[in-house]
Write a protein that binds this ligand. Sequence first.
Ligand code: PEP
Ligand code: MG
Length: 311
Amino acid sequence: RAAASPASAVAPGATADGHPVALLANIGGPQDLAAALEHGAEGVGLYRTEFLFLDRAEPPGEDEQVAAYRQVLTAFPGGEVVVRVLDAGADKPLAFLPAPGTEPNPALGERGVRLLRILPDVMLGQLRALARAAEGTSATVRAMAPMVASAAEADWFAANCRAAGLASGVMIEVPAAALRAAELARVVDYFSVGTNDLAQYLFAADRQVAALTGFQDPWQPALLDLVAAAAGAGVRCGVCGEAGSDPALGCVLAGLGVSSLSMAAPALPWVRAALARHTLAQCRAAADAARAESTPKAARAAALAHLPALD
Ligand code: PEP
Ligand code: MG
């Protein structure tokens, strides 16, 4: 087993005045648990389950999935674990799904929840396995759908989660979902903002094209506007894209109303320290100042002026 010991006594993430911001890890499977625990993760904000399915002729059986999910859940007694159902498409092809290889723009094609609606069996197996894995554990288990663009898609996923006895959430990574966050909040229990894809679709800039990395800068004020829209919709809202791993931006996201930050484990101590050194009022002032600017560089400088411990 990869997990050394269950989550231990690192203080939970919070601002200097005690406003909680859960600090969670992004993982690809049980092999990443040791690093998550070592860096004081309180739980998992994004379990990318596609790694269980890659390089295989057939999907993993339910028992195999139950074992993998249970290993993750038992590592965080009383913690939160968000499990994203399969996020496949022409950009992440799987041998046992019909090849959508003819799509001219895979990132804009039948990927994520769109593919799950066409081929629901894999997802239904995942939800059953997750519900079984959760039995007898004390973690708060949340299932999450990728690439949701509309309330109708969110509603479809939520109904399937309810049938399996699971809480449902959606990734906010398509601009339309952020813009209509209030509608989506009526049908699911929580959001997690995927800033990587959200930036890609917001700026129409392929995240894999090196020449366009400037658009992936999470300090883009337009991206912060969409995070604010999601965080203000009335359901718990985390961030699980790369944005959360920048300590100053972590403070800004807390100021926008985000309730958890999930990231690659090594960044957790830095973000924890930055939050602990600033009040929620400072985080809010930093967020307002960043959104008032027009470029990522100016947004970062304006935010830092309100975050003296990072200046
Ligand atoms: C994202 O899009 O920001 C995200 C967290 O998901 P992935 O990187 O797996 O697409
Ligand atoms: Mg994504």
